[in-house]
Design a protein around this ligand. Structure first.
Ligand SMILES: Cc1ncc(C[n+]2csc(CCOP(=O)(O)OP(=O)(O)O)c2C)c(N)n1
Ligand SMILES: [Mg+2]
Length: 908
């Protein structure tokens, strides 16, 4: 065995340390000893602050003398909180252990039973198995529930650990056996439990969807900041409530996980605590087999300005550390890579003795009196309630910085041979009788050998010490967690109908864009006596792009510290005003961060009982295209509010080219069922949509939110035609009817957004040049038309004996004469998806293909959505119907200057 260990490849850290030994053997001896002793006596005589000061001075002196000191943001691979600083553990450790074992058992039973009934239904055991202590210490001592008096802590649970959260709620008497039985079988009579945290599916239980990895860390950061914002603006009292986020170590590879951590430290969010469950494994295998994820994360978080607490080694190790004043064990711990640590989990004590302690005779001596089996079982920090408690307490008490706890755990802890530390453990969900028996015995579950085979759920009687303790602890902490409830009172909106009248009467000849109109509406809303204070404008460094800079001065940009400098433009009317009670969330260039703020504000009606109304305005191409998974999470969370895709349109945004010109977002807005998507052309349409949205969401309490595109093309805004309100909201209405009723050739033109004006021009061309009389419809929302069509079709399918209903599109067009042509600034698929409910064929014009840097006119020519193309498409349709001669069509083509050989925008 000796020989074998010598042939093993050395890790980089080992090589470095070994070369240190080899290079400076004399320093390793007496010299080093003297330095260490001086340090010890200084610490003893003068305390840690003086030690830290002296070290800093030494570092500085060495640096000035030309010594290159390698930078490291790391501390040794040891617990951050030494034993001497560990607080008293206030719980009954034995009872808590028994409760935790019961939760472990029921979580396991839930997954095992579900997979016995329905092969391959899925579920996860090993994530919770590693996180159990991390959760249980929180449940028993830290997570405070929301009460009348206290806002409560907010907890983002690691999504794949949901069986453990359900199992605990079962012990708490909050979930029935039937519900547990129907884990992952939500459609069973009586309902079941969703696989992961989904507020949409379990709106009284889950608050935050956390299963798309990376989203919960960024959402938690912005949630913590939003909580500060509410306090700083006087909308909620100051409290010491915390935001906890439990993440996986593998999860930290998602860019969103670490992407916003500097915001948390910059804003000094000491109300935020991350707990990273460092089991060193992800789904396929080790997170960093060849490296050390904990040290990597420590450096990243410390570098970003966080308070980092490492919880690596359990109490079992303390006596070994005590016997090792030279710190040889910790030094050895620092030498190994994660792949090696993972191997220690699956190997016997003899292996650990040989491969961990065997590197140095002095190390071997330290553990010579510990037999192999206890050596193997030396517990890790994340499985030791006392260590976890100490870390949580330190985190909760820490001021001025957010805290991250890096807790070392074992994936599949307790699963023994079949899963503990194994690479396959993430997907382990089946246990045979022997394995169940072993687990039962290990955790002392009172089930007989016979009963255990069924993997029954087990809840001790109500008067058992376990249930009594668990209830008492939760009562002390204010109630149960997680729990979602809606407490915000609906808005009254008594004068709401009149508030937007100024936007309904047109711009009086002035040319304005819908973006400008929107800013006018936002200003008005900010002044609303009932809810103005609740409006939360959110911008990712685009306020000037959208002409919103006047809001800087009107309501201020939020900053927790106010404005500590004199802004360069102070002398101007619209200076850059930052203020502690500023209302605008100016997020900088982060759509993901801004969306996380939107989520916090859009769900505050539940989380905080406050009807905050977010308006997140962004460059439309960087919305759905970039952050649709966060938008999906917002939908799951039943968020309310308005997303505004600014400077939208593939041909309406001139000059910006391929990357910015958006012809996609209305398609990408289709999947989330509770998003209402609109592409309005005129200010009055926008006003009607926003006004109705506020009514539906904040008065009627509908769990919907809005996506509205606004453009930067200035034109005269007409007054609202009489009776068009219903059509605007339903998705289409007749904007301008046939000009000359005597004409025989007829067409229906459908325009959306800025392209509506092209349809209006086409109407004139058709009438004046080709004797075709066209009606022009404004289609404000293809998605609304589509939803209505689907619902109607479904109703008809399920009610064959009844009179079929007509989709709204069909009703609108039932008596509409002539051919149909649609044009929008989006993909042709958008109008095509409703064409089947039109009485006749639809010709669709749209912007399929990559954008170009060009003028609006050239872009509309290139994408074939301009007035001439709309007119030509109508003539072609008439020709197809036999109502327009081929020769006349060829002539029209010339007259309209349409080049049949022009490149296809779809492929060019
Ligand atoms: C965005 C995203 N990608 C992939 C997955 C699939 N997935 C679920 S769990 C998991 C591994 C999780 O590893 P880790 O974060 O270390 O958590 P652990 O289970 O080890 O505690 C993966 C890849 C997911 N849920 N979300
Ligand atoms: Mg992991």
């Amino acid at each position: 065995m000796e020989d074998e260990s010598q042939t093993e490849p050395h890790t980089e850290s080992q090589t470095m340390i070994n070369s240190g030994f080899a290079q400076f053997p004399e320093v390793e001896g007496v010299e080093l000893q003297e330095w260490l002793e001086s340090l010890d006596s200084l610490l003893q005589d003068s305390g840690p602050e003086v030690v830290s000061h002296i070290l800093e001075r030494l570092r500085s002196r060495a640096h000035l003398s030309g010594v290159e000191i390698p930078f490291s943001a790391n501390t040794p691979f040891a617990n951050t909180i030494p034993l001497r600083n560990q607080p008293f553990f206030p719980g009954d450790q034995e009872l808590e252990r028994r409760i935790k074992s019961l939760v472990r058992w029921n979580a396991l039973a839930m997954v095992v039973r579900a997979n016995r009934i329905e092969h391959n239904i899925g579920g996860h055991i090993s994530t919770y198995a590693s996180a159990a202590t991390l959760f249980e210490v929180g449940f028993n001592h830290f997570f405070r529930a929301r009460t009348e008096e206290f806002e409560g802590d907010i907890v983002y649970f690691q999504g794949h650990a949901s069986p453990g959260v359900y199992a605990r709620a079962f012990l708490e008497g909050r979930l029935s056996t039937e519900k547990l039985e129907n884990f992952r079988r939500e459609l069973k009579p009586g309902g079941g439990l969703s696989s992961y945290p989904h507020p949409w599916l379990m709106p009284d239980f889950w608050e935050f969807p956390t299963v798309s990895m990376g989203l919960s860390p960024i959402m938690a950061i912005y949630q913590a900041r939003f909580n500060r914002y509410l306090t700083d603006r006087g909308l909620k009292p100051e409290t010491d409530a915390k935001v906890w986020a439990f993440l996986g170590d593998g999860e930290t590879d998602e860019p969103e996980s670490l992407g916003a951590i500097t915001l948390a430290s910059r804003e000094r969010l000491d109300n935020l605590i991350f707990v990273v469950n460092c089991n060193l494994q992800r789904l396929d295998g080790p997170v960093r087999g060849n490296g050390k994820i904990i040290q990597e994360l420590e450096a990243a978080f410390r570098g970003a300005g966080w308070n980092v607490i490492k919880v690596l080694w359990g109490s079992d190790w303390d006596s070994i550390f005590e016997r090792d004043p030279e710190g040889l064990v910790v030094q050895r711990m620092g030498e190994l890579c994660d792949g090696e640590y993972q191997k220690f989990v699956v190997e016997p004590g003899s292996y650990i003795r040989q491969h961990f302690f065997g590197s140095d005779p002095r190390l071997l001596k330290l553990v010579e009196d510990i037999p192999d089996e206890p050596l193997r079982k030396l517990r890790l920090g994340g499985h030791d309630p006392r260590k976890v408690y100490a870390a949580y307490k330190a985190a909760v008490d820490h001021r001025g910085q957010p805290t991250v706890i890096l807790a070392r755990t074992i994936k599949g802890y307790g699963l023994g041979e079949i899963g503990e530390g194994k690479n396959i453990t993430h997907q382990q969900k089946k246990l045979n009788e022997d394995e169940l028996r072993e687990f039962r015995s290990r955790f002392g579950i009172p089930l007989s050998d016979h009963d255990v085979a069924e993997a029954p759920f087990y809840r001790p009687p109500e008067d058992s010490p376990e249930i009594q303790y668990l209830r008492a602890r939760r009562q002390e902490l204010g109630g149960y967690v997680p729990k979602r409830s809606v407490r915000a009172k609906p808005l009254e909106l008594a004068k709401h109908e009149d508030s937007f009248t100024e936007f309904l009467s047109g711009s009086d000849g002035r040319e304005v864009s819908t973006t400008m109109a929107f800013v006018g509406m936002l200003k008005k809303l900010l002044r609303d006596p009932e809810f103005g204070k609740m409006v939360v404008p959110i911008v990712p460094d685009e306020a000037r792009t959208f002409g919103m800079e006047s809001l800087f001065r009107q309501v201020g940009i939020y900053s927790h510290v106010g404005q500590v400098y004199e802004p360069v433009d102070l002398h101007t009317l619209l200076y850059y005003k930052e203020a502690k009670d500023g209302q605008i969330l100016e997020e900088g260039i982060t759509e993901a961060g801004s969306m996380s703020s939107f989520i916090a504000a859009g769900s505050a009606y539940a989380t905080h009982g406050l009807n905050t109304i977010p308006f997140f305005i962004f460059y439309s191409m960087f919305g759905f295209q970039r952050i649709n998974d966060l938008i999906w999470a917002a939908a799951d969370m039943r968020c309310r509010g308005f997303l505004l895709g600014g400077t939208a349109g593939r041909t309406t945004l001139a000059g910006e080219g391929l990357q910015h010109q958006d012809g996609n977002s209305h398609l990408l807005a289709l999947p989330a069922p509770n998003i209402r998507a609109y592409d309005p052309a005129f200010a009055y349409e926008l006003a009607i949509i926003i006004q109705d949205g506020i009514r539906r969401m904040y008065k009627n309490g509908e769990d919907i939110f809005y996506y509205i595109t606004v453009m930067n093309e200035p034109y005269q805004m007409p007054p609202m035609p009489e009776g068009s309100k219903e059509g605007i909201l339903k998705g289409m209405y007749l904007y301008r009817a046939l000009q000359d009723k005597k004409l025989k050739l007829r067409a229906q033109l459908f325009g959306s957004g800025a392209i509506l004006r092209e349809a209006l021009q086409a109407q004139e061309i058709l009438e004046q040049k080709f004797n075709v009389a066209a009606d022009v419809w404004s289609v404000t929302s293809y998605k609304e038309l589509y939803r209505d069509g689907l619902a109607t079709e479904r109703w008809n399918l399920l009610h064959p004996a009844e009179k079929p209903r007509m989709p709204y599109v069909s009703k609108c067009l039932a008596n509409a004469p002539g051919v149909f042509v649609a044009a929008s600034d989006y993909l042709k698929a958008l109008p095509n998806m409703v064409s089947k409910w039109m009485p006749r064929r639809l010709a669709s014009l749209g912007t399929d293909g990559f954008g170009r840097s060009e003028s609006r006119a050239s872009l509309r020519e290139f994408f074939e959505v301009g007035a001439r193309f709309i007119a030509f498409a109508a003539l072609t349709e008439l020709h197809n119907d036999g109502k327009f001669e081929t020769s006349a069509l060829q002539k029209a083509m010339k007259e309209l200057n349409i080049n049949p050989e022009k490149p296809d925008p779809l492929t060019s």
